[in-house]
Design a protein around this ligand. Structure first.
Ligand code: MG
Length: 394
C-alpha cells in the first residue's frame, strides 16, 4: 500500500526537496496533499506534476491566482490558514511533513499528533515551543514523531543501535557558524552580509542569522530534550567545522555511534519517509578520502552566550522555550531590517528570558500568550535601549 504523504509548506526549500525525494523513491510513496502560504504559481505547478488529492493555500488573497494557475485540477482546493489543520487531520494521510516557518503550523502539528499520524518535523518551532505538549499528545495517541532537522535525524539514526536508557551522552555537532574564530569585539560590528554568509549550509536568512549567533544550536538543544526524552545534562555541543558528522550518541559502554553524510537535507527527509526501512534515493554518497580529516573543538560559551542560555531554558521548560524562541524571532527580524546591531540579538533574548514570569505545565493558550509577551517586550526593550544610548551620546 502507498504511504500517503501531506506536505505542509511544499514550496519552501524543505517542501521542494521532499517532493524531489518522493519522486526519487518511486513506488510506495504518494503525495496526497500539499500546501503553501503565498507561492500559488509553484504550488499549482507541483499540483500538476504530483496530482495530490488536496491543495491548500493559507493566504486567502491568493485564492484567485491559485484557481487560475491550477486550471482543470481534479482535487480539492482549501483556502485560508485552517487549511493546514484540515489537511493534517485527513483520515487517509499517513505521514505529515511539516515545514511551515514560525508558529503558523503549530495547530496542524498538534492536530496530526491527536490523530495518531506519523509526523516528520522539519522546522524547529513545534518541538521548541510546544515540545512538552506535543510529545504528550503524541504518546497518548500513538503518533510517531520523526525529525528532519539534520542533527536530530543523525541522533535518531544513531539511537537505533541501543536503548534510550543506555545513552550516556548526546553529542550535538555544530559547524560553529561564520564567526567561530571571531573575537568578542568583532561580533559587535558584524554586518548583515557577514552574518548571512554561512560556510557549509545554504539556508534562508532567519536560519542563517541563527547559525551566526548559534541560537540555532541552542534551539536544537531544546528540540533534542523533547524529541528524545533525555535530560539536558546528557546533551553536549561539539564544534565540528566540516559538518560531515551530523551528530552522535555515546552509550554507557563508551561506544559512540555517529551518522555521517553529505550536507544534503534530502538524507534526513528521506529517512523520515522510509523509516524504519532504508531505500536507495537521490543523495550522493560521502567521499571520505576526499574530505581527508575531520576536526572537533569545544564551543566558545563566552563568545556565543546563546548556547548557555539554550541549556538554561531547556532545563526550565514550561514557558521559557517559547519566550526564548519568540524573542529571537523578533530580534532577528529587527537585525535583518537594519534596526539593531548583531550583538544586540542575544542581549535582547537574555533580557526577555530573565524578565518573563515563568509558568510550568503550559497549555497552548498560555504558550501563545507568552509568545506575544516576548515580542512586545522586544519592541519596548529596543525603544528603551535606543533612548538610553541617545542620552549617553549627547
Ligand atoms: Mg539543524
Amino acid at each position: 500500500m502507498n504511504r500517503k504523504i501531506a506536505i505542509l509548506g511544499s514550496t519552501g526549500s524543505i517542501g521542494v526537496n521532499t517532493l524531489r525525494v518522493i519522486e526519487g523513491l518511486g513506488d510506495g510513496f504518494e503525495v496526497f496533499a500539499i500546501t503553501a502560504h503565498n507561492n500559488a504559481e509553484l504550488l499549482a505547478e507541483q499540483a500538476k506534476q504530483f496530482k495530490p488529492a488536496y491543495v491548500g493555500i493559507t493566504n486567502p488573497e491568493k485564492e484567485g491566482e491559485l484557481g487560475e494557475a491550477l486550471g482543470d485540477f481534479a482535487g480539492k482546493i482549501l483556502i485560508g490558514p485552517e487549511a493546514l489543520v484540515e489537511i493534517a487531520e485527513i483520515a487517509e494521510v499517513d505521514t505529515v511533513v511539516t515545514a511551515v516557518v514560525g508558529a503558523a503550523g503549530l495547530a496542524a502539528v498538534l492536530g496530526a499528533a491527536e490523530k495518531g499520524k506519523t509526523l516528520a518535523i522539519a522546522n524547529k518551532e513545534p518541538l521548541v515551543i510546544a515540545g512538552e505538549l506535543l510529545t504528550k499528545i503524541a504518546k497518548e495517541n500513538n503518533a510517531t514523531i520523526l525529525p528532519i532537522d539534520s542533527e536530530h535525524s543523525a541522533i535518531f539514526q544513531s539511537l537505533q543501535s541501543g536503548n534510550i536508557d543506555e545513552v550516556s551522552r548526546i553529542i550535538l555537532t555544530a559547524s560553529g557558524g561564520p564567526f567561530r574564530m571571531a573575537k568578542p569585539e568583532d561580533l559587535e560590528n558584524v554586518t548583515l552580509e557577514e552574518a548571512l554568509a554561512h560556510p557549509t549550509w545554504d539556508m534562508g536568512p532567519k536560519i542563517t542569522v541563527d547559525s551566526a549567533t548559534m541560537m540555532n544550536k541552542a534551539l536544537e538543544v531544546i528540540e533534542a530534550v523533547w524529541l528524545f526524552g533525555v535530560s539536558v545534562e546528557k546533551i553536549e555541543i561539539l564544534i565540528h567545522p566540516e559538518s560531515v558528522i551530523h551528530s552522535m550518541v555515546e552509550f554507557v559502554d563508551g561506544s559512540i555511534v555517529a551518522q555521517l553524510g553529505t550536507p544534503d537535507m534530502c538524507v534526513p527527509i528521506q529517512y523520515a519517509l522510509t523509516y524504519p526501512r532504508r531505500k536507495a534515493g537521490i543523495s550522493s554518497p560521502l567521499k571520505l578520502d576526499e574530505i581527508g580529516k575531520l576536526t572537533f573543538e569545544k564551543p566558545n560559551y563566552e563568545l556565543f552566550r546563546a548556547i548557555g542560555l539554550g541549556f538554561e531554558v531547556a532545563g526550565k521548560g514550561g514557558s521559557a522555550p517559547v519566550v526564548f524562541n519568540a524573542a529571537n524571532e523578533a530580534a532577528v527580524e529587527k537585525f535583518l531590517a537594519g534596526e539593531i546591531k548583531f550583538a544586540m540579538i542575544v542581549e535582547i533574548i537574555e533580557h526577555c528570558v530573565n524578565e518573563h514570569r515563568h509558568l510550568a505545565n503550559v497549555s497552548l493558550e498560555e504558550l501563545l500568550k507568552a509568545d506575544t509577551w516576548a515580542r512586545k517586550e522586544v519592541e519596548s526593550y529596543v525603544v528603551q535601549r535606543a533612548a538610553g544610548s541617545g542620552q549617553q551620546n549627547t
